[in-house]
Design a protein around this ligand. Structure first.
Ligand code: HEC
Length: 153
């Protein structure tokens, strides 16, 4: 009972984490169909989504390094269709945090902060505020590293 409650909570949290990711992932989503890590018994949705996030973030870093807010924005806008589909995928799979899975509060806090920074980046990109885009992209990278140091094996 307690386990399933925690699992549901994680699914909800990860869904929130991933929503803006699918705004970003655009054309790269298809390529992942062929390259994603997948066990014979089924997919690991968290890993799949992390791989999409990974690709999306590279595009962001590239666009921010060139000061190209329009490129970040168009990547965000191109994603609306795929969001729903991936959302379902996240809900259907079992999500397991590989390390410190008892520290759900910290996971939630890091996820919220990351999500907030992504939204702020979307706004900065719309405004083509290059200084804000740079600062937020640095914060996002710190968010990746902090969460992995704690929750990834
Ligand atoms: C709130 C937590 C959190 C944040 C933020 C986060 N990740 Fe992850 N990420 C994880 C966890 C947990 C795993 C390990 C998943 C597993 O192995 O089951 C992971 C795994 C990965 C992997 C490895 C996937 C594989 O093949 O095993 C990549 C790549 C990755 N993340 C990229 C990123 C990038 C890039 C960012 C930031 C732009 C990011 N992540 C932000 C939690 C996070």
């Amino acid at each position: 009972m307690k386990g399933s409650v925690i699992k549901s909570a994680v699914v909800v949290i990860v869904s929130c984490l991933l929503m803006p990711v699918f705004l970003l992932a655009g054309q790269d989503a298809h390529r992942h169909e062929h390259s994603k890590k997948q066990s014979p018994s089924g997919k690991n949705p968290l890993v799949e989504e992390m791989l999409i996030l990974d690709n999306a973030f590279r595009e962001v870093v590239s666009a921010v390094s060139l000061g190209d807010g329009a490129r970040v924005s168009s990547a965000l806008e191109s994603m609306h269709g795929t969001m729903e589909k991936t959302h379902e995928g996240v809900h259907s799979g079992a999500i397991k945090i590989p390390r410190n899975s008892d520290r759900l509060d910290d996971f939630v806090r890091m996820d919220k902060e990351f999500h907030g920074n992504l939204e702020a980046l979307a706004l900065a990109a719309r405004l083509n505020d290059q200084q804000a885009m740079l600062g937020l992209t640095k914060k996002l990278l710190e968010g990746c590293v902090a969460c992995h140091r704690t929750f990834r094996k």
